[in-house]
Design a protein around this ligand. Structure first.
Ligand SMILES: *[C@@H]1O[C@H](CO)[C@@H](O)[C@H](O)[C@H]1NC(C)=O
Ligand SMILES: *[C@@H]1O[C@H](CO)[C@@H](O)[C@H](O)[C@H]1NC(C)=O
Ligand SMILES: *[C@@H]1O[C@H](CO)[C@@H](O)[C@H](O)[C@H]1NC(C)=O
Ligand SMILES: *[C@@H]1O[C@H](CO)[C@@H](O)[C@H](O)[C@H]1NC(C)=O
Ligand SMILES: *[C@@H]1O[C@H](CO)[C@@H](O)[C@H](O)[C@H]1NC(C)=O
Ligand SMILES: *[C@@H]1O[C@H](CO)[C@@H](O)[C@H](O)[C@H]1NC(C)=O
Ligand SMILES: *[C@@H]1O[C@H](CO)[C@@H](O)[C@H](O)[C@H]1NC(C)=O
Ligand SMILES: *[C@@H]1O[C@H](CO)[C@@H](O)[C@H](O)[C@H]1NC(C)=O
Ligand SMILES: *[C@@H]1O[C@H](CO)[C@@H](O)[C@H](O)[C@H]1NC(C)=O
Ligand SMILES: *[C@@H]1O[C@H](CO)[C@@H](O)[C@H](O)[C@H]1NC(C)=O
Ligand SMILES: *[C@@H]1O[C@H](CO)[C@@H](O)[C@H](O)[C@H]1NC(C)=O
Ligand SMILES: *[C@@H]1O[C@H](CO)[C@@H](O)[C@H](O)[C@H]1NC(C)=O
Length: 847
């Protein structure tokens, strides 16, 4: 989880960079459309008609083809000037049709066959289909002048058409991320001009593939067969017969090993080798590729390779990216990397058996101009202290060392790292004070260490978006300089901070503010009124006091509001009912008086069955718990993803009076309701059984009277109940898991003198029991309440898993966004990021 968060953060940073350099896909598309030739030879009528016929079959709701106009005299009568169309300067024939990324929907007209001179056809990222549905329209295989064909990210399915082999001039073929199925046709070996072949992630190709036909492609430079089962293909021997190869991408191909002895290494031009997600399971040093010194990008995540890295690694001077993550902490890296002057990315998460950070750092590249900008070593049992002299690493933009055993202080030399954007040191044993850090930082995570002392006075910086300092021993006031940052997420919880939080007039982007478990004091921070983006506010377990402001109802994005264990007093502001997204609200243990607001059904997020989900928050540390809830007599902690599951209201330990409003029963999503230790009177709402999701209900220690509603036994998920020390009377409803709850905790009805009937020993005098007959019958019919109870728990558990699964699904969308941003940039780093990102998301969705 942490790794994907880090990658996501990097994605954000890169995306921002891409935006500022104008590489956004739309801008890109427009630029492409503008760059057509001057109207020297205007287009041929026959070809214009063909294009117009093509447009006819298409639903151009976004006006992507608006420049395709038929009328004589229209500004764009010349089809060579149309968006996505290009013609030959000499002959005026249409040679290029590129509608990639337009998301056009519709049918490809056979009229395209009139474009006999077409050399370049890019239909990627569209939803086009052929005359017979999603089956690929084979007539496109008659466009025999095609050199470039891109069908990636389309909906075409059916067999991979062998007729593609008719396109004998083809140099570029991309079918990745399509739904084609069946075997790969060996006729592809007839495409002898092919240089670029991308068959990656064709999700429906399952059968083990024979790829011996690849040996016929003597000009091939780029091959991606990720996701295709190559367990029987002897792929490295095949690849070694293609000396022109520059990129070999074989992610998740069921490769059995990579320890072949290649008698002669032909692959002297190889620049990219991706073997991630193949369970090779042999020593790292027996891999065949350590002699391939031309390699720039080497991806070996989740390969189960183990043992020491060979010394040859130190001689791979072309290496730019080495990714060796999630290999199960059984590798060691003691090779000297001093001469890898081009190294940009080094990622070794959860792969090393041991290491000493002092020694590790001393072996990193030491060149006059270092390129290393991404170094990630999480979950590696690394010991030692961060040396103060790390000047050779000052090109770093991302430094991630979380979850190791690094001791000592954070070196003050880090301040000189003026490019550093992401610094993650959480879960180590760092001590001492937090030094001055570079103002370039966008995200800083140092939670779960032993840092102490106050923050530096000018802590912050205009670029800071995410700051997680939770669970340390930090003291003093929060410096005012923090207000000059651009924080989205701030987590200072579980420290020893004190005093008033500074008055930050301008933190409009703040979404997550976590201050719990400190000694903060003062009124409810009034500057929060400007933070209309606030989603998550936790002021719990501090010394805040005063009334709750009515403007709290203006923070309409609030979902989690945790104010427990402070000294707030006065009424609950009725405006709180404006918070239609609110899903968790705790005021436990304050001095709140007055009554519970009645129109509770306005809290829509607690009533809906499928409320909007909170997006994963990239600016918080993915492994930190961000919400602590007391429920079912225990403290439950929720991390950034699981927190979506928490829906609850806790008003316990206050001075509330009046009744429990009947409308509370409309909160069908509520898992936790705790109103205990107040002065509430009146009856328990009769329809309490409508709160179907309730798992924990505590109404104890109030002045509630009347009978316990029979509907209580409808709460099939209830696993914790406390109704003790009220003035309840009459017969106790029985059946279902109420019996189990009593068996587990016989005190749940204590202190209610009027209660009677089973399970209590005290029998009821009257005969007012007909409504219970059904339930009793249920039990007599062999109904096993214990079994039912566990069934309820299991169902809740499965629902929880589903929720987590959804959070991961969401990230798939990120992959698409990311793909679109960088897909067309031929820069290794971005290609790597896409590949890595794709791998993470596919793994996430698969689990
Ligand atoms: C075109 O798209 C619109 C909106 O998606 C839809 O209502 C319409 O039916 C589509 N027309 C055709 C011909 O597919
Ligand atoms: C066609 O003209 C454009 C613009 O003048 C030029 O960039 C391009 O190289 C020319 N193409 C050929 C094949 O001559
Ligand atoms: C492909 O070529 C074969 C023989 O070269 C021919 O019979 C066939 O019609 C062609 N298919 C298409 C779709 O052009
Ligand atoms: C592919 O090449 C083989 C000979 O290598 C030939 O027999 C076959 O007809 C060709 N197939 C196509 C579709 O051109
Ligand atoms: C790949 O094919 C081999 C041989 O048929 C098979 O044993 C293996 O399970 C397949 N791998 C996957 C992931 O389906
Ligand atoms: C190296 O490539 C050449 C040309 O394709 C091929 O003939 C030769 O067999 C290859 N060597 C090995 C060891 O595969
Ligand atoms: C290659 O590794 C496999 C384990 O994946 C092992 O069984 C095999 O003996 C190794 N072969 C060589 C030549 O080292
Ligand atoms: C790799 O290099 C070593 C020594 O540098 C040599 O003995 C070995 O034959 C080479 N392997 C290949 C496949 O070229
Ligand atoms: C921390 O790293 C160790 C391996 O060094 C791993 O077993 C553990 O699960 C990691 N903890 C977290 C919270 O990721
Ligand atoms: C780490 O390595 C340095 C330099 O070799 C050494 O001084 C230090 O004692 C080592 N740290 C630990 C905890 O072994
Ligand atoms: C930081 O940079 C300054 C000026 O460039 C230099 O004087 C100082 O020694 C550097 N500090 C460290 C710890 O490298
Ligand atoms: C790898 O491929 C198999 C099918 O061959 C698929 O079930 C699995 O989810 C893929 N795993 C990853 C991590 O992509």
């Amino acid at each position: 989880m942490r790794r994907s968060t880090a990658i996501a953060k990097l994605a954000l940073v890169l995306a921002a960079a891409a935006l500022s350099s104008g590489f956004f896909v739309v801008a890109h598309a427009h630029a492409r459309q503008a760059a057509v030739q001057p109207a020297r030879a205007s287009c041929w009528p026959r070809e214009r008609d063909a294009l117009l016929a093509f447009k006819q079959g298409i639903n151009d709701t976004n006006d992507m083809l608006v420049s395709w106009q038929a009328e004589k005299g229209a500004p764009h009568h010349d089809c060579c000037l149309w968006a996505g169309v290009a013609c030959s300067n000499k002959t005026g024939h249409v040679t290029k049709l590129d509608i990639a990324g337009t998301a056009l929907v519709g049918q490809i007209s056979p009229s395209l066959l009139s474009l006999e001179h077409l050399e370049y056809l890019d239909l990627s990222d569209t939803s086009l289909h052929g005359p017979s549905g999603r089956v690929f329209p084979e007539f496109l295989c008659s466009l025999h002048n095609l050199r470039h064909l891109d069908l990636s990210n389309t909906l075409f399915s059916g067999r991979v058409p062998a007729q593609l082999a008719n396109l004998s001039k083809l140099e570029f073929l991309r079918l990745s991320n399509t739904l084609f199925s069946g075997i790969l046709p060996p006729q592809l070996g007839n495409l002898s001009d092919l240089r670029h072949l991308d068959l990656g992630f064709m999700e429906n190709i399952h059968t083990p593939a024979d790829i011996s036909w690849l040996t016929n492609l003597h000009l091939l430079e780029y091959v991606d067969m990720s996701g295709i089962n190559l367990s029987t293909a002897d792929v490295f021997h095949v690849a070694n017969t293609i000396p022109s190869l520059k990129a070999l991408i074989l992610i998740n191909c069921s490769l059995p090993n990579a320890n072949q002895t290649l008698t002669h290494l032909n692959l002297t031009k190889l620049e990219q080798l991706h073997l991630s997600n193949n369970y090779l399971g042999h020593p790292i040093e027996t891999c065949w590729f350590w002699n391939a010194t031309s390699i720039k990008v080497l991806g070996l995540d989740e390969t189960n390779l183990y043992g020491p890295f060979p010394t040859e690694l130190g001689g791979m001077t072309s290496l730019q990216i080495l990714s060796f993550s999630h290999n199960g902490n059984s590798a060691t890296l003691t090779v000297d990397l001093k001469h890898l002057c081009d190294l940009q990315v080094l990622e070794l998460d959860e792969s090393l058996a041991f290491g000493n950070i002092t020694e590790f750092v001393s072996k990193l590249p030491q060149c006059s101009s270092n390129e290393l900008f991404y170094l990630s070593l999480t979950d590696n049992n690394i010991i030692g202290t961060l040396p103060d002299m790390m000047g050779h690493l000052n090109s770093l933009e991302v430094l991630i060392l979380s979850n190791n055993s690094i001791t000592g202080a954070i070196p003050s030399g880090l301040r000189n790292f003026t490019s550093l954007k992401i610094l993650e040191l959480s879960s180590n044993q760092l001590t001492g004070q937090i030094p001055m850090l570079p103002r370039s930082l966008a995200s800083l995570g140092i939670s779960m260490n032993c840092l102490s002392g106050p923050l530096p006075l000018d802590f912050g910086g205009p670029n800071l978006r995410g700051l997680t300092l939770s669970s340390n021993y930090l003291t003093g006031h929060v410096p005012r300089a923090m207000c000059e940052s651009n924080l989205v997420a701030l987590d200072l919880s579980n420290n020893l901070f004190e005093g008033e939080f500074p008055w930050c007039s301008s933190l409009p982007s703040m979404e997550f503010l976590l201050l719990s478990n400190n000694n903060f004091s003062g009124n409810f921070p009034s500057w929060l009124q400007n933070c209309s983006s606030l989603v998550f506010l936790d002021l719990g377990v501090n010394k805040f006091y005063g009334r709750l402001p009515a403007w709290i109802g203006e923070l309409v994005n609030l979902r989690f509001l945790q104010l427990n264990h402070n000294m707030f007093y006065g009424d609950i502001p009725v405006s709180i009912l404006n918070l239609i997204l609110l899903q968790h609200f705790s005021l436990a243990s304050n001095n709140i008086s007055g009554s519970v607001p009645s129109s509770l059904s306005k809290l829509i997020a607690m009533t809906l069955e499928q409320p909007p989900r909170l997006d994963p928050y990239y600016w918080l540390d993915g492994d930190t718990d961000i919400l602590s809830v007391v429920m079912k007599q225990q403290e439950l902690k929720y991390g950034t993803y699981a927190v979506n599951e928490m829906v609850g209201i806790d008003l316990s330990l206050n001075h509330l009076t009046g009744g429990i409003p009947d409308e509370i029963t409309s909160l069908k999503r509520l898992l936790n309701l705790n109103l205990s230790w107040n002065h509430l009177s009146g009856k328990i709402p009769v329809k309490i059984g409508a709160m179907k999701s309730l798992e924990s209900l505590d109404l104890s220690r109030n002045k509630l009277s009347g009978e316990i509603p029979v509907s209580l036994s409808d709460l099939t998920y209830l696993s914790s109940l406390d109704l003790s020390y009220d003035n309840l009377a009459g017969r106790i409803p029985i059946g279902r898991q109420l019996d189990t709850l009593y068996t587990e905790n016989p005190s749940i009805y204590n202190g209610n003198i009027g209660l009677c009937g089973p399970p209590l020993k005290k029998s009821c005098l009257g005969n007012n029991t007909p409504e219970h007959a059904n339930n009793q019958q249920g039990s007599e019919n062999g109904y096993d309440p214990v079994l039912f109870f566990y069934f309820g728990l299991a169902a809740g558990f499965v629902a929880g898993l589903w929720v987590v699964f959804c959070a991961l699904l969401f990230k798939r969308a990120w992959r698409t966004v990311y793909f679109r941003l960088f897909d067309k940039l031929h820069d290794n780093v971005y290609v790597f990021a896409i590949v890595t990102w794709g791998r993470i998301t596919s793994r996430a969705t698969a689990s």
